[in-house]
Design a protein around this ligand. Structure first.
Ligand code: DO4
Ligand code: MG
Length: 290
């Protein structure tokens, strides 16, 4: 079952989408509230639809005007959690100089403590169908498609969505201390289109992610990966984020990129990024300049 928000009759409507792609409108406006209501009443989302006798709307899921399914106060991110990311970070940091033996990225990939960094505040997040921007002081920018966790109370993972951790490879490659500038700017982060509820998800490591980048409707890059390739456990990343921290239920945690476009690729104004997952949907954003 998925939780969404979309524009319906000029208003933001919350709804559930079942496996048959039927859309059931619900009264709850906030995902965290809905999740804990179900939990406290020992209900599944399907039980709720039945109990309230909710009828599906006559809409097509592919034509909905999706908005952010949740507006987290903060989005955090983990990095270098997939081999692909470690290799890409090493390439940009060393310019493929094989004489450099061990980098920070090699160390963090194997260390007990994962890399966790701050990515975005509510104000900077773009939703499905919103534009993302590229920085004018970077010549090497990419999308980072990432499984994104919604965290509840007590370190619970209460939902899964998709995220784009837009990144400037040249800025980070010049000096890792520039990480905040390589990661955070206006509209450098998107999440959505839906929150996949944990009920009925037997194994989150089976989740797939595909990323397509289109220019003038022509595919420039396409890649697919699976969460099973993650070097760490999802619970471990959540644990390190919340440890000695104070996060609001509904905070999002991006879990690292598993797909990296070729080293020669950089985003341009007008590009369209489609990040999809069979169970979650498609997060679509186009690029404009800042
Ligand atoms: O170390 C920098 C960040 C890496 C990252 O964002 C990722 O692996 O997804
Ligand atoms: Mg990332």
């Amino acid at each position: 079952m998925k939780f969404i928000r979309f524009i319906f009759e000029n208003q933001v409507q919350t709804a559930l989408i079942n496996e048959e792609n039927s859309v059931f409108p619900i009264e709850f406006k906030d995902y965290v509230e809905f999740y804990y209501y179900l939990k406290e009443n020992n209900l599944t989302a399907s039980d709720y639809i039945q109990k309230e006798n909710i009828q599906p709307l006559a809409v097509n899921v592919e034509e909905l005007q999706y908005t952010l399914p949740i507006v987290p106060e903060e989005i955090w991110a983990s990095g270098v959690t997939y081999l692909k990311s470690k290799e890409a970070r090493n390439y940009e940091a060393t310019k493929a100089n094989v004489e450099i033996q061990e980098t920070f990225y090699d160390k963090v990939y194997d260390a007990e403590r994962p890399e966790i960094f701050f990515k975005s505040t509510a104000r900077r997040i773009a939703g499905p169908l919103d534009d993302l921007t590229i920085r004018s002081d970077s010549n090497w920018q990419i999308p980072e498609p990432e499984l994104t966790l919604i965290i509840g109370k007590n370190e619970d993972i209460i939902g899964f969505t998709l995220g784009n951790d837009m990144s400037c490879r040249d800025i980070e490659g010049e000096n890792p201390l520039y990480l905040p500038q390589a990661k955070i700017w206006k509209n450098s982060c998107s999440i959505g289109p839906a929150i996949l509820m944990p009920e009925g998800i037997e194994n989150p490591y089976d989740i797939d992610i595909t990323c397509k980048i289109l220019r003038d409707n022509v595919i420039q890059f396409e890649g697919t990966a699976y969460i099973s390739q993650l070097k760490r456990k999802l619970d471990e990343l959540v644990h390190y984020l919340v440890f000695e921290n104070d996060i609001e239920p509904g905070t999002a945690l991006m879990t690292g990129t598993c797909i990296v476009p070729p080293n020669e690729f950089t985003l341009q104004k007008g590009d369209r990024i489609e990040i999809s997952s069979t169970k979650i949907g498609v997060l679509v954003n186009s690029i404009t300049e800042n």
